[in-house]
Write a protein that binds this ligand. Structure first.
Ligand code: MG
Length: 265
């Protein structure tokens, strides 16, 4: 989930906090991957939300999103032109070829994990969908590569934006990544674009949720006036969202929400 943390420097977490965040992140990735594997045409997004709730329960944690500023779902489920913060609905039936963005947050003990991935419902994505998924995940990888101690936060956004621009797509500017760890949204903000000021210098022990939201058309987005949550592209074009939680170290950043996580069953 994206958000606006307070404008302060990043938080350097203690070793005990990092141990807890690591466990929460592992649980979050496990739920994300389990849920991604369940996406099928014909199911509703409310079905998916209920499955997410069951997976989260199996980790021993609880949803970090449910009730957050009144958010009503276990996870965020955003389809096609929905960018982020979509809510599971009984009347939203997934169609073959739909792009489904799944954003998962789990609180486990004092730790919080936050991660997202976009998948295609039912079989192989079309060429445009496939390119959007590839570019968005590559932009996340570039952002993670730039997240090194001694650099400033801006370098993450510069790296993300470079990949997206080169592909002819656009990064969303109204929503950004964020620090995370013992709260869902901690400082600093982590934009997916070049910014001024350039943000705080990264230090080992900081934990960041890096999460490019990439549109095939305009970068402009609107918020649903009815539910006040669902963010859509202003032109109705497709959008994708990938997010990893990373720990800043003395060397390259460690991805805490890696795909291969042991089972919680
Ligand atoms: Mg997030």
């Amino acid at each position: 989930m994206t958000g606006r943390p307070p404008r302060r420097c990043g938080i350097v977490h203690t070793a005990a906090e990092i141990a807890a965040i690591r466990e929460a992140a592992r649980a979050t990735a496990w739920v994300r991957d389990g849920l991604c594997g369940m996406v099928q045409p014909g199911m509703t997004t409310l079905d998916l939300d209920r499955m997410a709730g069951e997976l989260i329960r199996q980790t021993g944690g609880r949803s970090a999103f449910l009730g957050y500023h009144g958010f009503p779902g276990q996870v965020c489920i955003s389809v096609n032109d929905e960018v982020v913060h979509g809510i599971g609905r009984a009347d939203r039936v997934l169609q073959p070829g739909d792009l489904v963005s799944l954003d998962v947050g789990v609180r486990l003990g004092i730790g919080v994990g936050d991660t997202a991935a976009t998948v295609c419902a039912g079989g192989a994505p079309g060429p445009l969908q496939e390119r959007l998924l590839l570019v968005t995940s590559e932009s996340l990888a570039a952002g993670i590569g730039a997240a090194r101690a001694g650099r400033d936060v801006c370098e993450i956004g510069c790296a993300v934006e470079r990949v997206v621009k080169a592909a002819g797509f656009r990064v969303v500017r109204d929503f950004v990544g964020h620090g995370c760890g013992t709260e869902l949204h901690e400082p600093p903000e982590v934009p997916n674009f070049a910014m001024k000021p350039r943000g705080p210098v990264l230090k080992p022990g900081m934990v960041l949720a890096i999460e490019p939201m990439v549109n095939i058309g305009t970068e402009r987005v609107t918020v649903d006036p009815g539910d006040r949550w669902t963010v859509r592209t202003a032109d109705g074009g497709l959008s994708a969202h990938f997010e990893h939680l990373v720990l800043i170290t003395e060397q390259e950043a460690e991805i805490l929400t890696c795909p291969k996580t042991p089972a919680f069953e």
